[in-house]
Write a protein that binds this ligand. Sequence first.
Ligand code: SF4
Ligand code: SF4
Length: 348
Amino acid sequence: MDTLRVPKPISGGIFLSYKCNSRCRHCMYACSPRWEADWMRLEDAERVMRNLSEAFRGRYPSGYRQVGVNLGLHLTGGEPFLNPDLLLDLVRMADRLGMPSLFVETNCFWAATDESARESLNQLKEAGLHGILISVNPFILEYVPFERTLRAIRAAREIFQANLMIYQEGFLHQIERLGVRGTIRFEDYLRTAGASSMYYAELLPMGRACYELRHLFPRHPAEDFFCMSCRAELTRPWHIHVDNYCNYMTGYCGGISLGDARRMDEICSGIELDDKPILARLVSDRGIELLYRFAVEEYGYRELRKGYISKCHLCVDIRKHIVEQTDEFVELKPEGFYRNLKAEDAVS
Ligand code: SF4
Ligand code: SF4
């Protein structure tokens, strides 16, 4: 029986849900307002956090509070501030369990006034939050007025000081220089800032970006990616994610579940691949070719005439095609990810 050895995670995030006030064109996890608000259940979160705490044991000094994108535990989604009570509960739980480098990731939609922004962050800090990651980019700027982002940054700087991370700082300065007020459509942003404005972007050609930002990338025929395997990404121990359905996900690979994170010991003691043929192919040598041939032969997949921007584009397009025909693959989860990639497919 083939098994996949998955090392214990060394850092990662928990999704409160996939629901977001925004529907960013670059979102790797296809989050949007249309997702069901299936919030992470407290009892599930506790089991997942205990497992992560166990996995992190010995990796961080006791009481470690310094934050870093690839350190410790973060709370994310979707937009965590859509459910402030759950966010507070999870921060308290993480604090009780002594989780290291505990931060929340947000798009700042909630920062309506200076006072309310400070109050929200102070409450979270008192509950045990160590820091915050504020996302700044032209995609979020389509939904979140820039004034709110700046307001949240001011409050976070005051409250979390050095434990404020801005991702990506280059975009913050670019948007400030452009003098943007409110929100702006991405097409107008590109027109104003110029195509070179995207040089800042650490823009991963995965998830929704494969459909909504493909015009920014050169395209290639499927066979250009055939020699690639995804073993490294799918067994990556840093910055793993556990979603609100307890799917254990690695490598920023939205829609691929390695198993149930409530039983993380089963995942980390080796995943049986016999009942996960998609995963089995992806981690093989020439995994992309194997996945492609499987999809063409078994599910009638047809290569996109205009080509693909990345191996992830080919992979996600194939997975989406398969999920539209069958729910038999336990590793292709959650199903909502595939329904919320493209605007025309989005249903609640
Ligand atoms: S990138 Fe962030 S803000 Fe944008 S839709 Fe995804 S979760 Fe929401
Ligand atoms: S090709 Fe698929 S499995 Fe591989 S890294 Fe991209 S999304 Fe993940």
